[in-house]
Design a binder for this molecule. Structure first.
Ligand code: HEM
Length: 231
């Protein structure tokens, strides 16, 4: 009896299975924070909010950031496997996977380098208040920085998923004259521009849940059309 899972393709499949599991753990928490928790915090009383920030949020953030880490690591494993298989980056697959990986890697860095360090300040502040002390003066600024990076990750996530699932399921039309370099430059400008806004910019239309979902869908559509036009 042959077991398909006990082959090199089977190993890639298992890695992809784990990758999607960790991806759900990560992005599921991202959507919970942005679609559910933010609205609850806005209307609940201060004591309940501080209780949640010290007891619920740290647990959710643990699953969130380790989900992000293991999604990234299994993603690196998958791309290493694909490179061994000699997959060609100048192809529909290459455009899809390089675009989605760039966005997802920036999202992963936002989690560990912006959201988590700033959330630690917010949690420390709420812990002091619950212990009878003063709120940390830097807490509101930290919450705003984490919030903008988190909203930016939701914004990126729709286009990221579009191209990642597209890698093996959406055949973007390419030809001998396809200009992959021009596409990389245009996509690079778009992605870096959005990330610069996450670092120093404003919420703008990302403030509301409806706004960020509309922006996310629009980004996926605009990037897809640009890819078809330039390739
Ligand atoms: C953090 C950085 C990430 C990297 C480096 C990465 C990389 C990859 C790679 C290399 C593949 C394999 C493509 C192929 O089969 O040729 C893949 C597939 C996939 N990824 Fe990611 N990924 C990342 C994040 C995510 C996230 C956050 C999700 C959300 C759930 C996700 C969902 C998927 C799905 C569903 C597939 C399967 C596509 C298919 O087989 O049809 N990835 N990813």
């Amino acid at each position: 009896m042959d077991f398909a899972l006990l082959t090199a393709d089977g190993a890639m499949f298992l890695l992809r299975w784990m990758h999607v599991f960790f991806g759900i753990v990560w992005i599921g928490h991202l959507y919970y924070f942005n679609f559910v928790q933010g609205a609850f915090f806005a209307e609940t009383d201060a004591a309940t909010k501080n209780n949640a920030i010290t007891k619920l949020v740290p647990r959710a953030l643990w699953w969130f950031r380790y989900g992000a880490l293991f999604t990234f690591l299994t993603g690196v494993g998958l791309i290493t496997g694909r490179m061994h298989q000699g997959f060609n980056f100048a192809s529909s697959w290459g455009v899809n996977i390089l675009t989605s990986m760039s966005m997802a890697t920036i999202m992963f860095l936002n989690v560990w380098l912006i959201i988590w360090p700033n959330q630690k300040i917010v949690i420390a502040s709420a812990t002091q208040v619950l212990g009878g002390g003063q709120a940390l003066p830097e807490a509101p600024g930290a919450a705003a920085k984490a919030g903008l990076a988190s909203r930016t990750n939701v914004f990126f996530s729709l286009a990221m998923l579009f191209f990642m699932v597209g890698a093996r399921n959406l055949n973007i039309t390419t030809s001998e004259t396809s200009n992959f370099v021009a596409l990389a430059v245009v996509f690079g400008i778009i992605i870096i521009g959005i990330e610069l806004n996450a670092l120093k910019g404003k919420m703008g239309p990302l403030t509301t849940v409806k706004g960020v979902i509309h922006c996310g869908v629009a980004l996926a559509v605009v990037m897809y059309v640009i890819a078809e036009v330039l390739l």
